[in-house]
Design a protein around this ligand. Structure first.
Ligand SMILES: Nc1ncnc2c1ncn2[C@@H]1O[C@H](COP(=O)(O)OP(=O)(O)O)[C@@H](O)[C@H]1O
Ligand SMILES: [Mg+2]
Length: 255
């Protein structure tokens, strides 16, 4: 983990009607770290990701990526500089084969510029690059799984496909919105090495999780949200010991 700030969020607020979904949230993410965001259901985690990645507009506040202010940029422009996200509610192209789901990000100017997965596909066939990426993320290359319609895949594979679509863009930062949710313990155990490998490849990861134990295995630092407010930040031991975090999760078996 470096001391270079790659994502800086300052004073983000978002109201839906009368509901304050985010209240003055600020945090910095260092290049190459795994930054965890926790919080009970409805605490504003997905709204925060939506505000940062351009899917909704914050009412107030600023987001910087490296030296650029990206607040209020459209999604494609934010993705174009290498900031991407997975969806908590998975959004594959259900009626396309799994590997064809990667063709759209692989056609993006950014993927073209950086030549596909680890430089392997600059002159290669995009279908092959798509299969390469799926193999990297745990689809058995020789099986029929990469060719099955995305909508027919089990949750574990759909979660991986979400990550694969991000990876196809050759991102610098991935916001993972609950990539472990809906997975069995063994599926999570299979995902963790993928997350660790992305980190080793230099990708900065912001992992939003409702399930704490799994996140604590991989995250360098954690921030906790409750009712739209940041209530704690730091190393996981300090965060789980925090009185306000304990109260927020009181009655839940998560902590
Ligand atoms: N588009 C929306 N319109 C109205 N309310 C919303 C919308 N998106 C989220 N909310 C509300 O904002 C709060 C935070 O939601 P969300 O960010 O999804 O929480 P989390 O991801 O932490 O579970 C919730 O009360 C939710 O109902
Ligand atoms: Mg959410």
């Amino acid at each position: 983990m470096s001391d270079t700030v790659i994502i800086s969020v300052k004073g983000i607020s978002k109201t839906f009607g009368g509901l304050k979904a985010l209240i003055d949230v600020s945090f910095d993410v260092f290049q190459g770290e795994i930054y965890g965001i926790i919080g009970p259901n409805g605490s504003g985690k997905t709204t925060l990701v939506n505000c940062i990645t351009g899917f909704i507009r914050p009412d107030k506040g600023h987001v910087r990526f490296r030296d650029e202010e990206i607040t209020q940029w459209p999604v494609h422009k934010i993705a174009g500089v290498g900031v991407t996200r997975t969806f908590q509610l998975m959004r594959p192209y259900y009626s396309l084969p799994a590997f064809k789901n990667l063709i759209i990000p692989l056609w993006s100017p950014r993927a073209k510029k950086y030549g596909g997965w680890r430089g392997g596909g600059r002159h290669g066939d995009r279908d092959t690059v798509a299969i390469d990426i799926l193999e990297e993320i745990g689809f058995e290359r020789e099986s029929r799984v990469p060719y099955k319609l995305a909508g027919t895949l089990p949750t574990g594979y759909q979660k991986r496909l979400e990550l694969a679509r991000c990876i196809a863009l050759r991102p610098d930062v991935i916001f993972c919105d609950e990539v472990f949710s809906g997975l069995s313990m063994s599926e999570i155990a299979g995902m963790i090495p993928l997350i660790e490998r992305l980190k080793m490849d230099g990708v900065t990861l912001v992992m939003i999780e409702h399930r704490l134990r799994e996140l604590f295995r991989v995250a360098d630092r954690i921030m906790a949200l409750n009712f739209g407010e940041k209530i704690a930040e730091g190393y996981y031991k300090d965060v789980i010991e925090d009185k306000r975090v304990k109260e927020a999760y009181l009655g839940s078996e998560e902590v």
